[in-house]
Write a protein that binds this ligand. Sequence first.
Ligand SMILES: NC(=O)c1ccc[n+]([C@@H]2O[C@H](COP(=O)([O-])OP(=O)(O)OC[C@H]3O[C@@H](n4cnc5c(N)ncnc54)[C@H](OP(=O)(O)O)[C@@H]3O)[C@@H](O)[C@H]2O)c1
Length: 262
Amino acid sequence: MDLGLRGKRAIVTGGSRGIGRCCAIALAREGVSVCIAARTQEVLERVVEEINETGGKGHAVAVDLTIQENCEKVVQETVEIFGGVDILVNNVGAARNADILELPTELIDDALKLKSYSYLRMSQLVIPYMKANRWGRIINIAGGAGTSPTRGNIPTGVANITILNMTRALSDAVAGDGILVNTVCPGLTNTARARTQQRARAEREGREVEELLRYLGSELPAGRIAQPEEIANVVTFLASEACSYVFGSSVYMDGGGRRATP
Ligand SMILES: NC(=O)c1ccc[n+]([C@@H]2O[C@H](COP(=O)([O-])OP(=O)(O)OC[C@H]3O[C@@H](n4cnc5c(N)ncnc54)[C@H](OP(=O)(O)O)[C@@H]3O)[C@@H](O)[C@H]2O)c1
């Protein structure tokens, strides 16, 4: 299948590690110029090298995306360097969680600021460029906790449900301009964040994090947790010309673990 991505220009937030890094590299392999944004310059630079090794063109902006001006800087630099923006992958996220009975509400504020607000701000900033070309793709990375809450991950869940909600509304607002807005909801995925999140439970239960991740995977119909490259493959399709009639939808990539229909 020709994805029709050659020559497009993308921004991937949180593109230095995990799912974001894999999305940036997967898009670059299809001929997309990719700007990645996260806070840590040296980690970003390594990923820019990986992007450039694919033959693509990479650029990095080291910023904290909880701040509106920094979101503006990412879009401005992308437009200056690549000449426009066609694809936005909103992926940044690192919510801190605690049990609901002891949860400081500030953690919910933090999760909303980092994830929901940055996703909305970045979308608002890139949409004028997409409208000008009458072509655009916005892919929001949410997560299963949005629709399947547990007592231990309310900040993540609240941020994710707002993203699912926003995706539908944004999709309606820009569908007529050739812009497709969709969500990917990964389940537990083999990244540094998954390890950090499961560390407390592993310590509580006196087991290794790796063994706990294998156990959690074995409980899923798929028999294993996701690899970030698998999430990136679906994101790349949703970002492509080949994906032309998917509007305001969510793709659940949870190894079949979700107990809801459809
Ligand atoms: N892994 C999972 O099991 C899983 C499951 C469901 C959903 N998700 C979602 O998938 C997305 C990616 O997760 P991941 O596991 O790949 O995470 P990760 O490995 O922790 O990567 C997070 C990325 O976000 C950047 N970042 C964090 N805080 C930032 C800030 N304030 N400003 C700018 N950049 C920031 C990080 O770089 P710096 O720290 O250098 O800034 C990094 O590039 C998240 O939205 C997450 O909620 C993940």
